[in-house]
Design a protein around this ligand. Sequence first.
Ligand SMILES: [Zn+2]
Length: 290
Amino acid sequence: MIPASDRLKLGDVEVIRLSDGTFRVDGGAMFGVVPRTLWAARAAPDPENRVTLALNCYLVRTPGATLLLDTGVGPDVARRHVDFYSFEREPGLFGLLAELGLGPGDIDLVVNSHLHFDHCGGNTIRAAGGTWEPAFPKARYVVQRGEWEQAMHPVDRDKPSYIPARLRGLAGSDRLVLLDADGPIAPGVEAVLVAGHTACHMGVKVASGGRVFFYFADAVPTTAHIDLPYITSFDLYPVDTFNAKKALLERAVEEGWTLGFSHELRHPFGCLRRAGRRIAFVPSDGPENV
Ligand SMILES: [Zn+2]
């Protein structure tokens, strides 16, 4: 059941948070240089020091197109990841789309913030014979060109994060749309580079009726990462993340953006406000979380 708090109306656009489930990640890795005594107050670790994270995707319905921002880990979780991350997927992205009366053929555009396995696992499905085919048969898939190349040819440092064999089936046709920087994806929907997590990681800005929704993806994966030093150890270029995040958070405060986060468990949407020298998160679905 998709709760009302997972839906956002923005002019003539609707944005719906669809979580592909949860998984658990080492808290130290998730919060980088921040000491455990600080991050544990925001995200309680389990006995193995792991914190529970959502696998958020956002469905964006505009008058002209239905877009999906990221696709979670997908139904075919790699064996090496199952035990390590304790994925719990039911009902998963495809189950939630079905609740909305949507089938894979109803998605026009799949937009990947980046191609780490927990953000594009639903892009493809395993076909008979072991090949991987597009899971959304009519969709075009949008990603930054540099990210696509990184995913196809990961260096040793990146190899645990990418599964190129699952993505190759998207290549070689006009199905794949490669972007070279910021730019329009569809009317009212815009790619915004937020480099640092990977070199070509991007966020997505949706504007309608004078309001803005911004999906931070892994640049600010949870509301606990709004404070500038909270940057994951997975970020390849943390100084770039710091700078990009700082500039965008300032804009989000000034312009009153509603925000969405890739791995936030509790709050599907929220805004920011200045609280002294800090920026505080104001959830759309509950009391202020300062
Ligand atoms: Zn990532």
